[in-house]
Design a protein around this ligand. Sequence first.
Ligand code: AMP
Length: 284
Amino acid sequence: MRFILLGPPGSGKGTQAQRLVQKYGIVQLSTGEMLRAAVAAGTPVGLQAKDIMAAGGLVPDEIVIDIISDRIDQPDARKGFILDGFPRTVPQAEALDELLKKKRLKLDAVIELRVNESALLDRVEKRAAETRARGEEVRADDTPEVLTKRLASYRAQTEPLIHYYSERRKLLTVDGMMAIEHVTGEINRILEAIGATEPKAARRASPAKRSAAGIARKGTKAPAKKGAAKGGGKGTKKAASSARKTRKTVSKAAKARRVGKAKKAVRQAAKRPAKKLTKKRAKR
Ligand code: AMP
């Protein structure tokens, strides 16, 4: 399983990555963490990165691409990895495509954590307070001033990746404003629906499963996210609406095929998981 977590600083990429690492036994590859370690160790890369990071800028592409390429080759990354904080620019994304191709590895998905910018400052301040409470040193770039700069570089240089991966049908969006465990649940649901958690041989069933789960690769939204966001007592109503959306997606997909037999097969394959989804949602 290999995927990217994409989102602005404070969107919860690191928190989610840590939870998913435990569940799937894969590794989290955070360029920010690697660079901070290099700064702390005073390596040549660290010396180059230190001031740029403290000012909220982006470290040159070549540096992070080399770091990631080497890290992916480590034995612990063989089972899979979550890229957290990389790529951050279009040239980095292009380099990643190239290096994965060379290493004969496939990227399963790019999961965007979408958040309201107004909440980010609060989140980063909270992270700094928690770090202080643990008696650890607060990141030099977790200040309101530097956060403003980091957000500006996210908008200018990283946000274009949403379009980049959407065009390549890799992008899936999760509402990052939900509670942490709901965001994790939604990411798990996506990974299961696209077949990223299954052995390769079982992946043939994934397209129908994907349609049934209401996950559209092409667009930038995972349509069922609202139900997952609030759950609780309103579950049944939401489940019905989610099932309606699911059926709509399925029937649209079937129409597009325009071949009688295939049409029937897709509908039948898609109906079963759709029912399961409805029951599950109704339970919540
Ligand atoms: P993060 O921990 O992901 O917020 O990253 C902290 C800082 O490390 C960023 O503000 C950048 O200065 C630097 N950094 C991390 N990842 C990258 C990257 N992929 N490209 C360039 N700079 C990066």
